[in-house]
Write a protein that binds this ligand. Structure first.
Ligand code: UD1
Ligand code: CA
Length: 467
């Protein structure tokens, strides 16, 4: 109801909200990273930086989005997919890059254009919405706002473009290398993120020149040009921690730390206990329900879902796993992709599980490897059990049906089925299926030679004295 009212109100005022188009600049190789991987593919919380930026942009529901990449960056295009990429052959500057980006978009005049940087993964949808709101509010004002720039206050502004403000309006952006000594003191800086009316942007870009310290077409110069045309530009300021760019490995580490803090806050707000957040690593896509308990030194990799009340004990590493309600994992467990641990199951220390299902209430508590296995409800897997799932060429499945019991130090040579309620004796090497409700023992039987031990020791002693 409310939405309809707002739309009708705007229609009443004769206004029409512009569509949104997004251009993400990602053509830079990132020389300072000293890497053969393009900079925007370096991971932050397990995702390429570019994926964070795209994920945020998509929350604004743009009608178009294009990513500007450098030559030979198919791997960047793969991350951008299904959104289009456009190649900037030569890096002639951020202004030129935006121009290249626009060539992949249609009907720009109907859009507001948001420019984002692929190396700036911390920016939030909330802040970008704020920028957009300024445009919406400015609709119908006598002197409309043509450009909004996302600014940040820096304790040390060195290296950033400075925002020159007069009377509340942004007059120009001056690049570090082109600043006067007075301008160097300005600490309100350009994040690089800006939103420009689609009616304005192409012609402003057309006016850019590269007569500056770096001989580049600076996007930032469009502010001065817009002012010369009587357009108004404004600044939305945000925390520097939200717009820090990544140019070096040290900055990548810093941005990762900031992203971890943010993810910790998010899961704690949903009712997850992190006993020592600083030692817990979370992948960006982590999903945890309320009353999950995470102990110190836990690594949660990609594609992990942890359901209500589950507990992950110290030094456990999880990736690609669903952990069911009230299950307990660790300490020192390693759970690999393709795994489902069902509710109330227990996985203990030095247990590795890969591509397997562990049924409700099952226990694998010590020193085991379980791969390509389906383990039923309430199964007990003894210490040191190994599923021998690989013959050097192929992988084979192991099925252990409900309520069966596998004795310690058992090798289960796959493919193999242990039937419901069966018992396998400790130390067995199981190479044939075990029928339901039977006991299987597969090891040589024991011989006890009574009184032989003393004789044995005597013999050994005598042979030693002879030497
Ligand atoms: C830019 C801004 C500066 C701002 C800073 C914030 C300009 C001229 N300067 O400076 O005001 O304070 O970001 O971090 O815009 N890129 C291309 N093609 C190019 C050039 C750059 O795609 O031809 C991409 C880069 O890959 C990068 C982004 O644009 O993702 C920014 O370029 P970069 O050279 O890092 O700009 P800065 O010097 O940091
Ligand atoms: Ca930069």
């Amino acid at each position: 109801m409310l939405q309809i009212d707002m739309v009708s109100m705007l229609l009443y005022r004769g206004l029409k909200l512009a569509l949104l188009a997004v251009v993400i600049l990602a053509a830079g190789k990132g020389q300072r990273m000293q890497s053969s991987l393009p900079k925007v593919l370096h991971p932050v919380a397990g995702w390429p930086m570019l994926r964070h930026v795209m994920n945020t942009a998509i929350q604004l529901k743009p009608s178009q989005l294009a990513v500007v990449v450098g030559p030979n960056m198919q791997n960047v295009a793969d991350v951008a997919f299904p959104w289009p990429t456009v190649i900037q052959d030569k890096q002639l500057g951020t202004g030129h890059a935006v121009q290249v980006g626009l060539s992949a978009l249609q009907n720009i005049a109907n859009h507001d254009v948001l420019v984002l940087y692929g190396d700036c993964p911390l920016v939030t949808a909330e802040t970008l919405e704020n920028m957009r709101r300024i445009f919406d509010q400015a609709q119908g004002q006598q002197q409309p706002v043509g450009l909004v720039v996302l600014g940040m206050r820096m304790i040390n502004p060195t290296g950033y473009g400075r925002l020159v403000i007069d009377n509340g309006l942004l007059k120009e952006i001056v690049e570090e290398r082109d600043t006067t000594s007075d301008q160097k003191k300005i600490n309100l800086c350009n994040s690089g993120i800006m939103m420009v009316r689609g009616t304005l942007l192409p012609q402003l870009l057309g006016l850019l020149s590269n007569a500056n310290a770096q001989n580049e077409y600076y996007l930032t110069d469009i502010i001065k040009l817009a002012n010369q045309q009587g357009q108004r530009a404004v600044v939305v300021a945000t925390e520097a921690t939200e717009v820090l760019g990544v140019n070096s490995r040290a900055e990548l580490a810093h941005v990762n730390q900031l992203m971890q803090k943010r993810l910790h806050q998010q899961v704690m707000q949903k009712g997850v206990t992190l006993l020592d957040p600083n030692t817990v690593w979370l992948n960006a896509d982590v999903k945890m329900a309320h009353d999950v308990l995470i102990h110190p030194f836990v690594h949660i990799g990609p594609a992990v879902v942890i359901e209500e009340g589950a507990e992950i004990r110290p030094f456990s590493v999880l990736e690609g796993v669903r952990v069911g309600r009230f299950a307990k994992i660790g300490p020192f467990a390693r759970i690999r992709p393709g795994t489902e641990i069902q509710e109330q199951a227990h996985i203990g220390n030095f247990v590795e599980i890969k591509n397997s299902t562990v049924g409700k209430g099952a226990k694998i508590n010590h020193l085991s490897y379980v791969g390509d296995a389906t383990i039923g409800q309430s199964v007990n897997i003894g210490a040191g059990t190994v599923t021998c799932n690989y013959d050097g060429v192929n992988k084979y499945p192991t099925i252990i049906e409900d309520e069966s019991f596998i004795g310690s130090n058992t090798s289960l040579v796959a493919p193999i089925v242990v039937g419901k309620g069966a018992i396998v004796g400790a130390g067995s090497v199981i190479t044939q299926n075990v029928p339901a409700d039977s006991i299987a023992v597969a090891r040589s039987s024991q011989i006890n030679k009574l009184g032989r031990a003393t004789k044995y020791r005597l013999e050994k002693q005598q042979s030693k004295e002879k030497k």
